[in-house]
Write a protein that binds this ligand. Sequence first.
Ligand code: KG4
Ligand code: ZN
Length: 355
Amino acid sequence: MADGPLVLGIETSCDETGVGLVRGGTLLFDAIASSVDEHARFGGVVPEVASRAHLEAMVPTIERACTEAGVALRDVDAVAVTSGPGLAGALMVGVASAKALALALGVPLHGVNHLASHVAVDIVEHGPLPEPTLALLVSGGHSSLLLVPDVTHDVRSLGSTIDDAAGEAFDKVARVLGLPFPGGPHIDRAARDGEVVIDFPRGLTTGRDLERHRFDFSFSGLKTAVSRWVQARQSAGEPVPVADVAASFQEAVTDVLTRKALDACRANGVGHLQVGGGVAANSRLRAMARERCDAAGVELRVPRPGLCTDNGAMVAALGAQMVIKGRPASDLAIPADSSMPVTEVSARRPTAGPG
Ligand code: KG4
Ligand code: ZN
């Protein structure tokens, strides 16, 4: 039987309504309702559709999480919620629900950062995070290298993307290749039947670019290169070798991500690399990170794919750490902060009003 505080975590930053229950460092249940199918025909997440879907899914998902975990709401010790970053309207549904629950149950509220939650989720998979940890966070909206001395209050940004996020690049390239949205899993699958035969560019990895942006990423040039390559084939009336393009593109992305992550480990003298976010579900990224970490003597931690993509367990996992470490709870008046900086692990107070 797990012990520690029982924390309910709510995640609604994008198109997944996630409700997780964590006790201490143990995941009890992770319930997810996704509106991804409703967005597919638009080729991207439609914010209004996502907000409406969160509203409809929230109560049933909370009920399902409690039933499956075998806990009653009155036993919950704290409520955690993603307060940012993400889609404003979508975040608002989660934040309002969490406030209502915390108020009704008379328990503390912890508004936490979505990105720090992607890092903290590995605690329920592989135990306490080594301190400091170097984190590579790659999702649909972010690509960041973070130095994490303490995931509950000290997260430092070493670098991030200067244009497209890694997941965004996967989604856009999938579109060019005629694969469905979200593209990451489809490229991953297609690439398994392909070979790395095209040498696509690796942004910010050489010369002055590397000097100025050692820990930053750029995937926009790569996306354009793939697009041009495919167009050239099409205008010559030749078939597009989708699997080979997918494999070559994926290789370029994972090469840059792992190279820079290991360089950041070396530069900061950190022997642990944590990979998180939706793109961490990518099979080639997982394999390449494993090979390169082994070669460099760095300990790699990557949660199972289902915990890499957005979920409520990650929020509950970070919330539980906040409670365990005695971090102050959030004010009930905290806003949903769509552009919450990665360095701000938790939302404490409401933002000052005008004047
Ligand atoms: O973390 P996440 O679920 O949501 C955000 O916070 O953005 O990440 C979603 C992103 C999407 O761009 C999706 O295409 C990508 O993660 N993704 C993948 C894979 N699974 C999801 N990218 C590459 N390979 C995958 N297997
Ligand atoms: Zn995410």
